[in-house]
Design a protein around this ligand. Structure first.
Ligand code: FES
Length: 122
């Protein structure tokens, strides 16, 4: 496992996602309660990037189909609730899930030192 610089500290802000390719992995960074958090920038539903996702209250919502995740733990909070921001009826949610069961984000250990953010990648 190695620590790799992913961003400068001032690039990572509360309520927003900073995205980068780190060690060949798509990574998203944000702050929750001031602490840097990192996760693999791929929605577990269809693998789309969460780059334009809404970040609020310690959670990120996928811009494509509305799945929602706790940023600190990666835990799934909502699964396939909308299509490009438009709410879906329950029957359509199941169809759009395409047989994929709810799953969480892959979180990554993150730390800060000397004005930079580091993540651990195995
Ligand atoms: S790709 Fe994110 S919810 Fe479908």
């Amino acid at each position: 496992m190695s620590q790799i610089e992913a961003a400068k500290s001032d690039q990572v802000r509360e309520g927003a996602l900073y995205t980068a390719s780190v060690g060949g992995k798509p990574v998203a960074l944000t702050r929750v309660g001031g602490t840097v958090q990192a996760f693999v920038n791929k929605c577990p539903h269809l693998g789309m990037a969460l780059t334009r996702g809404k970040v609020e209250g310690g959670a990120v919502t996928c811009p494509f189909h509305g799945s929602k995740f706790d940023i600190c733990s990666g835990r799934n909070l909502d699964w396939v609730k909308s299509f490009l921001g438009l709410p879906l009826p329950v029957w359509a949610q199941g169809a759009l899930a395409m047989g994929k069961k709810p799953a969480g984000l892959k979180t990554l250990p993150a730390s800060e030192k000397d004005g930079a953010v580091f993540i651990e990648i195995s």
